[in-house]
Design a protein around this ligand. Structure first.
Ligand code: S3P
Length: 174
């Protein structure tokens, strides 16, 4: 890929939009290191996101996300980064993301997300009686923050991981 990147390529979007899978694929193709902020935090804390939410609460987790961005910024390395679905909601985080590199929003419809993540027990915010409704409400609330954070938007509905990856690479060639 020929992105004129000063630094990193960052994927944002709702849970299940494919950020991690697409990010890994892009990193492999471009021989860049890959970082997923959820995994980074899990390693630093030596426990799962689910346990962090249960034992320390969401606010503590959100502070860890901001801390993670500060650390990545300090390292000054070019890489592909995928971030947790709620990370771009904080204004401070959006500013840090822009400093880290080019931000791409992987946009999906609620039905696509629901089909992909139904039955998943690893995402604490979706453990409700009506996850379909929760997904729709959260996505509507988050849309403006995602749009503010991103320079580019890619629609992922009905596309495979490979197709989304190729679309991003294609944009990089233009
Ligand atoms: C969250 C998304 C999750 C994870 C946590 C909270 C959110 O990441 O950070 O469960 O608020 O949308 P993924 O988007 O990678 O699933």
């Amino acid at each position: 890929m020929k992105w004129e990147l000063k630094n990193s390529l960052i994927l944002i979007g709702y849970m299940g939009s494919g950020k991690t899978s697409v990010g890994q694929r892009l990193a492999e193709k471009d021989k860049l290191p890959f970082v997923d902020t959820d995994h980074y935090i899990e390693e630093q804390q030596s426990c799962s996101i689910k346990t962090i939410f249960e034992q320390q609460g969401e606010e503590a987790f959100r502070a860890m996300e901001t801390d993670c961005l500060h650390k990545l910024l300090k390292e000054e390395r070019q890489r592909v980064i995928s971030v947790g679905g709620g990370l771009p909601l904080r204004e401070e985080n959006r500013s840090l993301l822009k400093q880290l590199g080019l931000v791409i929003y992987l946009k999906a419809e609620p039905d696509t997300i629901f089909e992909r993540i139904r039955g998943d027990v690893t995402r604490p915010l979706l453990q409700t009686d009506n996850p379909r409704k929760k997904i729709e409400e959260m996505m509507a609330c988050r849309e403006s923050a995602y749009l503010k954070a991103a320079e580019l938007v890619i629609r992922v509905d009905g596309k495979t991981i490979n197709e989304v990856t190729e679309e991003i690479e294609e944009l990089g060639r233009k």
